[in-house]
Design a protein around this ligand. Structure first.
Ligand code: V47
Length: 386
């Protein structure tokens, strides 16, 4: 055990979690009971240091970002999730659905920017046929052939297979052929049936989300995974969610990145539920890093927390801050106060100011540009992907 690790174990002893700290230092898997004690201990900074130890073993001082663009192709949705402020009914004011060409137009607007990823997710609009989804992928790929398309949550994939009238395993190769490259992590919420029945009962169940993720990974696609925290779920339900992600990851290895999503209540049917605090967000980040010992990356999605909190997260287990985003709607409809987009140089500066070394990655964590002076000169421009 290094001196730093021994001092950490000593501090953990004072916080009553010495045995948990010893397991982290020994790279042993934490139990759900260990997780419950990490949620309960008042010494958040010991939890942070444990998560930071794991983070630095995996990634050293590096912190990843990407130059990406979000496109939410429709806000029309039939799932009526009570936490969501983004959804609209078809005839409701503000409802929209982009044609594939309109979505491609959004991509063309950014051709002068070094965007490497389009992150494309939306509501579930049952009027959209299978061809719409294929045309959407083809149109975006045609607008920018080298772009990586990370699109369609497990919930959307469930809908696409429904309208295609085919099993998802048969649909995925066709989506890949049309341009799909990987799958984002959204739509998982909290797997608890209790929470689902009270809050998003029309959405696929936790078991279905996990089955779809398994099929996605078996098709050779990488995905991310998420947990929506800070609403009506209990600590035990959060730990069960993390454990189910961890068990699927043991099977498939297909999750690249875990993204904790803190609940934003504004303009939703749950506006009376208080939003999680920055301290809640920091603890959740650390717990994600510590429990998901088999997921390589943990992301502090800067859009949903204040930028300083995202910076702090880089010392609470996170090694990624997401990207430039360009046009964020889901969290800004729900009261997010961050800007809707960031410039590449701002992400680099935020990471440097947090004491980390910025690395621009593509969606699959290939290095596009490194701020590590040993590897690349500071300020070296990123290549433009077209
Ligand atoms: O699926 C919706 C959640 C998700 C609210 O994979 C809300 O890299 C909090 O999944 N308060 C979309 N959460 C965002 C998402 C995501 C974001 C960034 C990166 C990645 C990735 C994925 O946001 C939804 C839902 O789970 N959500 N409304 C709300 N009011």
């Amino acid at each position: 055990m290094s001196g730093r690790e021994a001092r950490l174990v000593e501090r953990a002893r004072a916080a009553g979690i010495e045995d948990v700290a010893r397991r982290v230092v020994a790279s042993e898997r934490l139990s759900l009971e260990d997780g419950a004690r990490l949620y309960a201990t008042p010494d958040l900074f010991v939890v942070a240091e444990l998560a930071n130890l794991v983070r630095e073993r995996l990634h050293g001082d590096l912190a990843y970002f990407n130059v990406n663009q979000h496109i939410n192709y429709t806000n029309i949705c039939n799932k009526l999730c009570r936490f969501c402020a983004f959804q609209r009914l078809p005839n409701q004011e503000g409802a929209y659905c982009m044609t594939p060409q309109e979505a491609a137009g959004k991509v063309r607007e950014q051709l002068d920017q070094p965007v490497t990823e389009v992150h494309m997710v939306a509501g579930i609009y049952p009027k959209l046929g299978y061809d719409y989804y294929l045309d959407l992928l083809r149109a975006v790929k045609a607008a920018r052939p080298r772009i990586h398309i990370k699109a369609f949550t497990m919930v959307e994939l469930h809908e696409i297979a429904r309208v295609a009238k085919k099993p998802l395993a048969e649909v995925l190769p066709e989506l890949i052929e049309a341009g799909l490259d990987s799958i984002p992590g959204g739509g998982a919420e909290v797997f608890s049936e209790r929470v689902r029945s009270e809050t998003y009962h029309l959405k696929i169940s936790g078991d279905e989300w996990l089955d779809i993720a398994r099929t996605v990974h078996e098709a050779g696609l990488r995905s991310n995974c998420t947990m929506l925290h800070g609403h009506i779920e209990t600590v035990a339900e959060r730990l069960d969610h993390l454990d189910r992600l961890r068990r699927l990851q043991d099977e498939t290895g297909g999750f690249q990145t875990y993204v904790p999503l803190s609940f934003h209540p504004d303009n939703s049917e749950m506006a009376d539920v208080p939003a999680p605090t920055a301290l809640d967000e920091l603890r959740e980040m650390a717990l994600g890093r510590l429990m998901l010992d088999n997921v390589p990356h943990v992301k502090a999605y800067w859009i949903l927390m204040d930028v300083p909190v995202a910076q702090l997260c880089l010392s609470f287990g996170a090694d990624d801050v997401d990207g430039t985003v360009v046009e964020e709607k889901v969290y800004h409809e729900a009261g997010a106060t961050t800007p809707q987009e960031a410039q590449r140089h701002e992400l680099v500066q935020w990471i440097r100011d947090a004491g980390r070394v910025p690395v621009e990655r593509d969606t699959l964590y290939n290095v596009v540009w490194s701020g590590d002076e040993a590897l690349a000169p500071v300020g070296m421009p990123a290549p433009v992907a077209t």
